[in-house]
Each structure stands twice: as C-alpha cells, then as structure tokens.
Design a protein around this ligand. Structure first.
Ligand code: ADP
Ligand code: MG
Length: 613
C-alpha cells in the first residue's frame, strides 16, 4: 500500500498510456488539416475561398459556444452581439479615427471584456433561465443601439473598412486573409482543448448539470463555480469579438443586420448540429450549415418556384432529425467528447504536491455546538452537539429521516444553520462557503455519488487536487501548467491506489459499479489532503462484497491516522469502525457512546426497530 508523500512507480507508465481520441484517428485529423492548409494554393474558384472564410469565422464563434453551452451548460443568445462589438469597434477605429486594424482589435477586445464581465457579473449568479433571457435582451438592445447611433452610420453602417496588413504585407486577397482566419480559428480550437485538459478545464467540465455536474461538488473541492462561469462567458465573448474583427475586415463594411438575435440563433444551431459538446464539432456545424444553406438557396426555388425562405424550414426539420438520430450532434459520430491524452505529460518524476501540516492525534478537530436546522415547520436538526478529535472515527447514525444528512450539510457549509455553532480546527465555520471550508482541510463525499460520468476516473480524482495547485486558464493554454498537472495526476493515481482502484485510471467514471464509484469519491476527497473526512452513507446501495471492500478501505485509512465522520444508516457497518457513535432520531441526539454502549442500549434498539422498514 502507498503512503502519502510517496510516488507510485506505476505513475510514469500509466500516464504515458495513450487513450483513444475517438473513432477519428490522427490520420483523419492530419488529412483535415492538410486540406484546410492547401486549399487556397490549388486553383479552386474564389467563391469556395470566400465560403471557407465565412466558415472559419463562424467556427470561431461556435468554439466559444461549445465551451459555454456544451461544456458548462450555460446558454447564450447573445453571441452575435459580441461579434457586433468586435466588428463595430474596429470599423470605427479604422474609418473614423484612421488607426490600424490591430488597434481596432485591441479596442474591440477591451470593450467586449468589459461588457461580458458586467453582464456576467449580474446574471451568472442567478439560476435557470435568467442568463439566456439576459443575453436575448442584450442582443436585441445592442442591435438597436448600433442601428441608431449617428457615429456608427445608423442602419447603413460604416463603409470603407481597410484590409488587414501584417508587417507591411496586405491581406487584401481572400486567399491571403484565409490563412489569418483559419490560423486564428485553429488556435482557438487547440487553446480550448488545452484548457479543457487542465485544472481549470476539469472544473468547467464538472459544472454542467446535464452531464452529471452542478455547483455543490466543485465548490466542495474548493473551486468557485461563479468564477469559472464568468471565465467561460468571457472566453466565449472574446472569441466572438475576434470573429467580429475578422468579419469586418473581410466584408470591408459593417451594418447591424448580421448581429441581431437571428444570427445568434444561427450560431447555436451550428453548435448543436455539429455537436455542442465537441470543439471540432464547431467546425463541422459551421461548414455544414454554410454549405447546406448555399445549396438549398440554389435548389429550393428551382424546385418550388418563387423565392421564399424555404431553407429555414429545411433547417428546422434537419435540426430535429439530427437531435433525434444523434443527440450529441454530428461530431459525436466520429469523436469522443473530451479528447484528453496523457501522452504529452511525460514522466512525473519525484515531484509531489505539498501536504498540509497535520494535527497531533487527540487534538480537537471538529466541534458541533447546539446546532439547529428548521425547514419551514419541520425542525430537521435540534440541539445537536458532538466533537471529533484527530485520529478518531465518529459514527453519526440514525433511522432514515433522523436528520443525519442535514447535520452533515450544516457542517460542510452546504446548508446555513438556524442556530448554534460549528468550529473546525478552532475556527468558526458556520456561514462560511463550502469552498473555504475545504481549504481548511475538511473534505467530503456525497450520499448521491457526484462524479462526472464522462470524465475518466483519474480526472475525477484530480478535481480533489484543485486547492493544492495554482495554474489558471492562461497557463493551461500556454501549457506552462504541465509540471503541476503531472503532480496532480500522480497524486490522483496515488489516492486511487490507496483505495485499491489503481488499475482503472482511464476508465470513464460512469462505467464503474456504485461501490467503485463511492471509492472514487473517497479518493477524490483524499486528494484534497484532508485532516477530517466526512462520508455521507458510504455503504448505502452497495452489495455485500462492496461493503466489505469499503469497510477495509476505511479501516486502513483509520490505521493511517485519518479522522473520519461517518454518517450511516447501517448500524452494523459502523460498529466495527467507529471509536464513538452519536445516535440521532427525529432531529435530536438520542445517545452518544462507544459502539458497545450504543449496541447495548435499549432506546437505540427501539428507535431502529420502531422506525426501520
Ligand atoms: P437522514 O439523512 O437522517 O435520512 P435528512 O437529514 O435527510 O435525514 O432529513 C431529515 C428531515 O428533514 C427529513 O424529514 C427530511 O424530509 C427533511 N428535509 C431534509 N432536507 C430538507 C429540505 N431541503 N427541505 C425540507 N425538508 C428537508
Ligand atoms: Mg441521509
């Protein structure tokens, strides 16, 4: 068995193991890249190049939507407005002020960042439909602002926008500009993939309720979900703004019409069609939509006569068909959701994450003093007091509905107390957000397992290393986070070995049995290097063999000196493990004592026999 601070000899071998990128192999990616690179060099008609230029610009916007909507689960109907900000900023700077397009790019990005931060700050804390509604409002409002400002040419817009030059070389020709567009879109895609495969990316991927995520678990691991939402919103807005800049200098004129709400819907359509969870899906969606629209606009009038907007109808039907046949979008047919490779990480060496200074055995860790929780008319927890010292396992047991989980959530900062006090390592922690409690060394698992099913086991566990690592989004994109990332993954590997699951690091977490998933949650909690571990009904729903395995793991953790608060319905499960047991019934403390005392108590037996089914 591995001890904390010791590096597994398995780590370099495991980390160099290649995981499959998806059905589309490297050959496929190479071929696609070659096609894009060589296209302008062969004598294809100018029209094809123009189409490709628009596809590249659209894909840039949609990559942002993939991060925001596909990964984080936040829907924005305002992306076209951010494209508009980027386009108008550079058009104004270059025509009215006569400055360089590069200054226009900078101004556009600054303006976009300011708007996105204000908009995000106001709306991202709200839940449900507020963000989509706010982005709709913002998109419509901006459209009318652009169309009514004299300085921006009202609905006629701004004309004579110059072309972009790089070091004196003009990109006036579509074939030259093509490279600027596609290199930018390619960098955005690779940057996004790098971001997703990092400390920050793991949190972004853990936030989407549609993919088994949410905010409780990342917050319990110490990450601010709000800050990560804001980051995703900002990145998506900035990518849209860059697309607007490229668009303005390609069109050489801007007017409000391409920045309305209808265009925002087009971007969402492209994202969903291509596969909103997939970075490369953005390109497929953009290409498919643009090409199909063109073909349909050519053919439908010939078939049906006249000049109705028939393609809109076809698109509507197509979207429903794709969602029905391939809910993950077109890219889900060829690629996997998060293409995380471990190859470029290299050997982990001996560097390990820092450990926190541990308390001495017997030091008081947790003090729960007279806590109450009122849910409307129901007093779910009433006057509960107990304590946990370092090196001790305390069991909190009681029949279903006794108030154990509520007590647990009051301690871990998920619920607010009605009365009383909770102290951890001498600090008052009631009223403190759970991510700050995690920082103090209190870690937890969940009664209903909260793993990200599509993420690998090792990455799920690495989420626990969040507070022990520092690298941000920029470091992830620049890849200056690799050393730290190696250490985080080595730590995750070590914790997996510690709970006896060292042989499945690259399995998708959702493929494991419930018992194994519970253990992975414990490994994730251990990766935070806790001084106290809170487990909520770890044995619930487990088969007998899984219970035995879990019991062995907990006994081993106890031997290693870890302190545990074990909330459990199953009395027999805690008897062999706990040093002390607190029994609850109807929100009140019934008795506290050693397992022997509790087992012999007639009132405990009555409580269990009376209520248990
Ligand atoms: P246990 O974990 O011991 O089974 P809980 O702490 O989950 O019990 O629940 C204790 C009581 O509080 C139950 O009667 C439950 O229905 C009620 N309860 C729990 N959470 C809430 C809530 N968020 N709102 C209202 N009542 C709740
Ligand atoms: Mg419970």
């Amino acid at each position: 068995m591995l001890q904390v601070g010791q590096t597994s000899t398995l780590v370099p071998a495991r980390l160099s193991q290649r995981t499959k990128i998806g059905q589309m192999g490297n050959f496929g990616y190479g071929l696609a890249a070659l096609f894009v690179l060589l296209l302008p060099l062969v004598p294809v008609p100018e029209f094809v190049i123009t189409q490709m230029n628009y596809i590249g610009i659209d894909a840039l916007v949609v990559v942002g939507l993939v991060l925001l909507t596909g990964v984080c689960g936040l829907t924005s109907f305002g992306q076209a407005a951010f494209v508009g900000v980027g386009a108008y900023a550079t058009a104004y700077v270059t025509t009215a002020l006569g400055w360089s397009p590069w200054i226009g790019l900078g101004v556009g990005l600054l303006l976009t960042a300011a708007i996105a931060l204000v908009l995000g700050f106001v709306t991202l804390r709200m839940s449900g439909h507020n963000l989509p509604l706010a982005t709709i409002a913002w998109c419509i409002a901006l459209y009318y602002v652009l169309g009514n400002l004299d300085a921006l040419g009202r609905y006629d817009g701004l004309v004579n926008v110059p072309s972009v030059s790089i070091a004196g070389f003009s990109l006036q020709s579509g074939r030259h500009y093509y490279y600027l567009i596609w290199i930018t879109a390619g960098l955005a895609a690779f940057g996004s993939l790098r971001l997703l495969d990092s400390r920050t990316g793991r949190v972004l991927r853990a936030m989407n309720p549609d993919h088994g995520g949410g905010s409780t678990m990342p917050e319990a691991m110490g990450a601010s979900v709000f800050r990560h939402k804001l980051l995703a919103f900002l990145i998506a807005a900035l990518l849209a703004s860059i697309a607007g800049w490229l668009f303005a200098h390609l069109q050489r004129t801007v007017n409000p019409s391409p920045f309305g709400i209808g265009r925002s819907l087009d971007y969402l359509f492209m994202a969903v069609l291509g596969g909103v969870g997939y970075v490369w899906g953005a390109f497929v969606g953009a290409a498919f939509t643009t090409i199909l629209k063109d073909v349909l606009q050519d053919w439908l009038p010939k078939l049906f006569g006249g000049s109705g907007n028939y393609e809109t109808v076809v698109f509507g039907i197509l979207l429903i068909a794709v969602l029905k046949l391939s809910p993950g979008g077109l890219w889900s047919l060829v690629g996997s959701r998060f293409a995380t490779k471990r190859t470029e990480l290299g050997p982990s060496g001996n560097a390990t994450l820092q450990l926190r200074i541990k308390p001495q055995a017997g030091d008081r860790l947790l003090d729960v003093v007279g806590i109450h929780k009122q849910f409307g008319g129901l007093a779910a927890v009433q006057d509960i007091s107990f304590s946990v010292s370092a090196g001790e396992i305390v069991g909190l047991i009681g029949p279903n509905g006794a108030g154990k989980s509520t007590t647990f959530n009051l301690i871990s900062g998920v619920l607010a107390l009605s009365k009383g006090e909770v102290r951890f390592s001498g600090r008052k922690i009631d009223g403190v957000p759970s991510r700050h409690i995690a920082r103090l060394g209190l870690s937890r698992t969940f009664q209903h397992v909260k793993l990200i099913p599509e993420m690998s086991v090792i990455e799920n566990v690495a989420l626990g290393c969040y507070l022990r690592t520092r690298s941000g989004a920029l470091a992830a994109v620049m890849r200056t986070d690799r050393r730290e990332e190696r250490m985080a993954l080595a730590e995750a590997e070590k914790q997996l070995a510690r709970i006896g699951l060292g042989d499945v690091p690259f399995e998708q977490a959702g493929n494991l049995s419930l018992g194994a998933q519970r253990l992975v949650e414990i490994a994730r909690a251990l990766a935070t290097d806790p001084t106290l571990l809170l487990l909520d009904e770890p044995a619930a729903g487990l088969r007998h063999a899984e219970k035995v395995a879990l019991s062995n793991v907990l006994a081993r953790l106890k031997q290693e000196g870890l302190s545990l608060l074990l909330v459990e319905h199953d009395m027999n499960f805690v008897m062999g493990l706990a040093d002390r047991i607190v029994v609850m019934e109807f929100g009140r403390k019934l008795i506290e004592g050693t397992p022997a005392v509790v087992q012999a108590s007639p009132i405990v037996r009555a409580a269990y026999l009376g209520v248990e089914h």
